[in-house]
Design a protein around this ligand. Structure first.
Ligand code: UGA
Length: 434
């Protein structure tokens, strides 16, 4: 099948590459000339494990191409994916200007029937708007389908190639047949393609992310209560996660969720509710809980140092919002580091992938260590913000020699309490006794 993907951000690039891998002829379109030139030269602008292998194979074999020309990109395409940014506007609602601009252009350019697919996370009613914008100029038949993406950064290829489900919102039988054909190689293991109307598909995406944000925030609140009531949130997680109605995943308490999706999508869904005059109370609580959770270690750190962080050196492990990504959007680390600096502390940080991105934000206001151990040199304490696997089983004997004090503030509950006690650490974590 010949397909076009408009927008080469995270979702667009993964979508294009993976559909090339399943044998389609894919052209990715982006208005950013520098980015397109890089992609043509084989440079992938994001860090995503496994993407390079598929990218290199499919560009080499001529199935994956890049252009800045929308007209060229959609030539002969049966399916046109819109994977464009929907940044939050000032009021928190998703801004559709990029999507609607391309929709208008498509109306002028379409020469044959095509299925236009909203892949971006877009509010309820967007498919109808896209349809209207294309209709303004279109001389041919077309369908607009909502096909939200559920991939996670860091495991994007696996999530895309082996989706739990594929959600397709359309009432058109013709479009359903095209989409079924395209997704057939990805759902061979029996995972469902779920058809529904456009509005329901759009809402499904927000409901999925908001539900996961609720799940995490619920556990974070349980953790906060555990600290007061003398219980251990790890045990609670095991105790409830084994109930198949609850499920084991996304029950890890910590310093809150970040990234480009959960915060933005929870906010946008709250905005949608507001537009429909519905008082969606859980969403308000989730936003509130998460905002507080992100900095919950700060008062603990402050108290440990008797309110005086001036001149103290704090090592920070982990800057990305989660492991296996260099993405620092809404990462708890940044907010915490800003607060530590404001309190007069010196910060030395280490992250295996995200340091370049942090340099663009914090510049030389902090020190960047070459290794996780180098960050500990002469530090008064270690703060853990991201659960990169290398932080899980460090050489404590090495750490003991480097750290000035055996003090760890762990926002991701990486270590066993007993183990830390035996080694003589003052160990603060989330939802467990100190
Ligand atoms: C999320 C969803 O998981 C994807 O299904 C969705 O497609 C994507 O948003 C999107 O809308 O594009 P992502 O933001 O890449 O994916 O990352 P997650 O792995 O979901 O983690 C989100 C945040 O939740 C991270 O900050 C993570 O640290 C936090 N988290 C996750 C917890 O605090 N506890 C957990 O148990 C799980």
């Amino acid at each position: 099948m010949k397909i076009a993907v408009v927008g080469t951000g995270y979702v667009g690039l993964v979508t294009g590459t993976c559909f090339a891998e399943t044998g389609n002829q894919v052209t990715c379109v982006d208005i950013d000339e520098r980015k397109v030139q890089k992609l043509i030269n084989g440079i992938i602008p994001i860090y995503e494990p496994g993407l390079d292998v598929l990218f290199n194979r499919n560009t080499a074999e001529g199935r994956l191409k890049f252009t800045t020309s929308l007209a060229e990109g959609i030539e002969g395409a049966e399916v046109i994916f819109l994977a464009l940014p929907t940044p939050p506007g000032e009021d928190g609602s998703a801004d559709l200007k990029y999507i609607l601009k391309v929709a208008g252009d498509l109306g002028q350019l379409l020469k044959d029937y095509a299925v236009i697919v909203d892949k971006s996370t877009v509010p309820v009613g967007t498919a109808e708007k896209v349809h209207d914008y294309i209709s303004l100029g279109a001389q041919v038949e077309f369908d607009v389908v909502s096909n939200p993406e559920f991939l996670r950064e860091g495991v994007a290829i696996d999530d895309f190639m082996k989706p739990d489900r594929v959600v397709i919102g359309t009432k058109s039988e013709r479009a359903k047949a095209v989409m079924n054909k395209l997704y057939a190689p990805l759902v061979r293991q029996g995972n469902p393609v779920i058809f529904m109307d456009e509005r329901s598909a759009e809402m499904t995406k927000y409901a999925a992310n908001a539900f996961l944000a609720v799940k995490i925030s619920f556990m974070n609140e349980i953790a906060n209560l555990c600290e007061k009531a003398g219980a251990n949130v790890d045990d609670i997680r095991r105790g409830i996660g084994t109930d198949s109605r609850i499920g084991k995943r996304f029950l890890f308490a910590g310093i809150g969720y970040g990234g480009s999706c959960f915060p933005k999508d929870v906010q946008a869904l709250a905005k949608t509710a507001q537009e429909y005059a519905y008082d969606f109370q859980i969403l308000k609580s989730v936003m509130d809980v998460n905002a507080k959770q992100k900095t919950k270690l700060l008062p603990v750190i402050n108290q440990h140092f008797n309110g005086d962080l001036k001149g103290k050196t704090i090592a920070v492990w982990g800057l990305a919002f989660k492991p296996y990504t260099d993405d620092i959007r809404e990462a708890p680390a940044l907010e915490n580091i800003e607060a530590l600096l404001a309190a007069g502390a010196k910060v030395t940080a280490y992250d295996p992938e995200a340091m370049d991105n942090v340099k663009n934000v914090l510049g030389n206001r902090i020190t960047y260590a070459h290794t996780s151990y180098a960050a500990l040199d002469d530090a008064d304490a270690l703060v853990i913000m991201t659960e990169w696997p290398m932080f899980r089983t460090p050489e404590f004997s090495k750490m003991n020699l480097l750290l000035k004090n055996k003090v760890i503030f762990d926002g991701r509950n990486l270590y066993e309490l007993e183990q830390m006690k035996e080694m003589g650490y003052t160990y603060y974590s989330v939802g467990r006794e100190t």
